[in-house]
Design a binder for this molecule. Structure first.
Ligand code: UD1
Length: 372
């Protein structure tokens, strides 16, 4: 039996819209693929609903890793992924983004000497206190093929000493998913809210730095209460911050609608019709850019500086967010641009790069080197 072409590893919510276009572009070309879900995210609202909305095929394996400390979760991922890759050796392993499942799959593939392709390589916040930054640095250090979403990411990789031949700027595969599904965004929640309020802001806050301690969660809740005095807020709450935010009084803020995490089509419908988004997420900074919705990123750094330079995103602090939001809502967003190659065809370009990584038949490469 010939060897599997690609083993793709996904595990957490932000992976799914990035992987969907790559999986389908490679399927059309007849590549043999195995899709492994680590089970890092296991709630329907963070996982299964995304598979349904994005039309991703059922994973070939679910490792059911679940939650734990970073060490416990990563250790469990390493053991289960090693078994998986030994049982189904691929020509290459494809990993996405910067979550713990990405890091673990990279370490395992590297030790087993499978070439690794990293989709969304080269993003850097410069802040190693973020677990995702550590995951990005290690993944890129070990990957053979680095597929970037923006020129700044390519430049980061070159600065770190990666050879230009290992880097391909393919654009943003997550934006492929957004553009493909935009006609199906669900606007029932926005219509319901707009019937009762003059517009609304979406809030998503779940970074450890903002929600993991009681003190930071209560500072966040105080600022949200202030924002809600001006504009209605809709906050789909990630399980990570729920307890601390609720203990700090989130549910008693007037003029705020709380929901569970939303499926992809509902969340994108909510964002598309909003006045703006206050977030500490990574992907939302990019989605708002393409939708032309103002984004206020509650962080001191961003690994996605292109979203700031094109004019849709601004970094804000807990001290500055209220005044920045009111100034933007009063004056409007101003001119903005869409970054290069965020055009709906990134999955096709990624598939070209991936096919080149595995696609040259052994006989042909041997002949070429004999002739060379
Ligand atoms: C992970 C990613 C983060 C991404 C986020 C999006 C890493 C290091 N971080 O963070 O980059 O922005 O996903 O969602 O991988 N939980 C549930 N149900 C689930 C999954 C998690 O209740 O289906 C709870 C866990 O019990 C835990 C918390 O959420 O308390 C954190 O889960 P975890 O997978 O460790 O990381 P996230 O914070 O979700």
């Amino acid at each position: 039996m010939s060897r599997l072409d690609f083993l793709h590893v996904v595990g957490a919510r932000p992976n799914f819209p990035k992987a969907a276009p790559v999986l389908s572009a490679l399927a059309v070309r007849g590549a043999t693929q195995r899709l492994v879900h680590t089970g890092q995210h296991y709630d329907d609202s963070l996982s299964e609903s995304f598979f349904r909305d994005l039309g991703i095929r059922h994973p070939d394996a679910n490792l059911n890793i679940g939650s734990g400390s970073h060490a416990a979760q990563t250790a469990a991922l390493l053991v289960a992924l090693e078994e998986e890759m030994l049982a189904h050796p691929p020509k290459a392993v494809v990993v996405y983004g910067d979550v713990n499942s990405t890091l673990a799959a990279t370490l395992v593939a590297s030790k087993l000497q499978f070439p690794i392709a990293h989709v969304e390589a080269g993003l850097r916040s410069g802040d190693r206190a973020m677990p995702e930054e550590v995951n990005r640095i290690v993944t890129d250090a070990l990957a053979a093929s680095l597929l970037t979403t923006s020129n700044d990411a390519t430049e980061n990789l070159i600065r770190e000493g990666h050879g230009i031949e290992s880097i391909a700027m393919v654009g943003n595969t997550m934006i492929d998913s957004l553009l493909r599904l935009r006609p199906r965004f669900d606007s029932s929640l926005p219509s319901m809210i707009e019937n009762r309020h003059a517009g609304y802001l979406v809030v998503t806050i779940h970074r450890p730095v903002n929600v993991d301690s009681a003190r930071s969660a209560s500072r966040v809740v105080r600022v949200l209460a202030e924002l809600a005095e001006e504009t209605h807020l809709v906050f789909p709450v990630h399980p990570r911050g729920r307890r601390n935010l609720e203990s700090a009084g989130l549910a008693s803020i007037p003029n705020l609608t709380l929901t569970n995490p939303l499926p992809y089509l509902e969340f994108m419908g909510l964002v598309e019709s909003s006045l703006g988004v206050v977030t500490d997420s990574g992907g939302v900074q990019e989605e708002t850019t393409v939708l032309g919705v103002p984004c206020f990123t509650l962080r001191t750094t961003t690994e996605r500086p292109v979203t700031v330079s094109v004019g849709t995103n601004s970094l804000v602090s807990l001290e500055s967010v209220v005044s920045t939001v009111s100034a933007t809502l009063a004056n409007g967003l101003g001119p903005y641009a869409i970054p290069p190659l965020w055009d709906g065809n990134a999955g096709l370009r990624a598939a070209n790069v991936l096919q080149n990584l595995v696609g040259v038949p052994a006989e042909l490469s041997a002949t070429e080197s004999n002739n060379g």
